[in-house]
Design a protein around this ligand. Structure first.
Ligand SMILES: Nc1ncnc2c1ncn2[C@@H]1O[C@H](COP(=O)(O)OP(=O)(O)OP(=O)(O)O)[C@@H](O)[C@H]1O
Length: 320
């Protein structure tokens, strides 16, 4: 339903996105995850035809967004990061206006607006001015304007930004519902959001897609390279030096230090489990091990590993 082939967008000589390939099949919810400035908004604007790619090809339901712009755009509903809502219009008035712009046939406008207001639970506030609504309701209006012309594809840029936790839960529930009927691509820098909603995640960093997979599989990629958390009663420097020498331990970081004890976070070699050796080594030095836990990698670790230069370099060294 959404295809990007070798798409680049440069702003002058500045890279917005570089050589992106992405394919979202019908009915899927794909999350585009990346830190600030990674290129998420640029990707969204390219897909929706608001920006033209410098290079490459984008198609929506088979229509090229540049050559067949109108046909492609009819199939897209877009919720920008800051939706241009009109504060002085009523909810119903605004949605009617959008339905006309989006070329809903005249005879169907009223029904389309009623339907979408029902769907997003806006019927009770239909006469209210948008400017007087809470941020959560404004976001519902934003979603309503995106679906009023029943598009195949929904493009949602940071749909929960600026919402409180209760509103976030509500918006997520709505997006999950919408995902049953639409193909959705949403951008976010919030990991739990992406893991909770999306079947596929594309991680974008510095304009490039660095990984695409199911959230679970992404985490499994680096599983085995789990971290150990240990608290040891003993002198800081000696403990760190000794632990560093245990086979399978890659790096040691002190996370906390108290009177006579030290807490450590240990990176370990993929697939190895140095816990036993660690126990005997510390016992041999008469340093009681107060705590030892193993933490499997999660999506957050993958994200950090793929988007942090320092971590990336470290991973490179490990592989080498
Ligand atoms: N109109 C523009 N002119 C010049 N550079 C731009 C423009 N828009 C974006 N960029 C640059 O392109 C890169 C990608 O920006 P983009 O807004 O797509 O990132 P993002 O992932 O959406 O970030 P955020 O989460 O902060 O919104 C950044 O380096 C940004 O500075």
């Amino acid at each position: 339903m959404i295809e990007l082939e070798r798409v680049s967008k440069y702003y002058g000589n500045r890279v917005g996105v570089d050589d992106l390939n992405l394919s979202v099949p019908k009915g899927q919810i794909l999350g585009l995850l990346g830190p600030n400035g990674a290129g998420k908004t640029t990707t969204m604007r390219l897909i929706t035809g608001y920006l033209e790619p410098t290079k490459g090809k984008i198609t929506i339901a088979g229509y090229d967004v540049v050559e067949d712009g109108l046909k492609a755009r009819r199939r897209i509903g877009y919720l920008p990061e800051n939706p241009p809502v009109y504060p002085d219009m009523s909810v119903e008035g605004y949605l009617t206006f959008v339905a006309r712009i989006r070329e809903v046939p005249r005879s169907e406008v009223t029904q389309a607006v009623q339907h979408v207001m029902g769907r997003l639970e806006l019927t009770n506030v239909r006469k209210r001015l948008i400017g007087r609504l809470s941020k959560g309701y404004k976001q519902r209006v934003g979603l309503a304007q995106a679906i009023v012309h029943t598009p195949d594809v929904l493009v949602l840029d940071e749909p929960s930004s600026g919402l409180d936790p209760k509103q976030i839960t509500e918006i997520r529930e709505l997006i999950r519902e919408l995902g049953k009927e639409h193909t959705v691509i949403l951008s976010s820098h919030i990991l739990p959001e992406v893991s909770a909603l999306c079947e596929q995640v594309a991680i974008i960093n510095k304009g490039k897609i660095v990984a695409v997979d199911r959230p679970k599989s992404l985490a499994q990629h680096i599983q085995g390279s789990a971290t150990l958390k240990a608290t040891v009663k003993g002198p800081r420097e000696d403990v760190v030096r000794t632990v560093q020498q245990v086979e399978g331990v890659l790096a040691v970081k002190v996370t906390k230090e108290g009177e006579g004890y030290v807490s450590l976070s240990l990176d370990v070699v993929k697939g190895s489990d140095p816990r036993e050796e660690l126990f005997y080594t510390l016992a041999g030095r008469d340093w009681p091990l107060l705590e030892l836990t193993r933490q499997e990698a999660n999506l957050e670790d993958v994200f950090l590993q793929l988007t942090t230069e320092e971590a990336g370099a470290k991973e490179g060294q490990r592989r080498a």
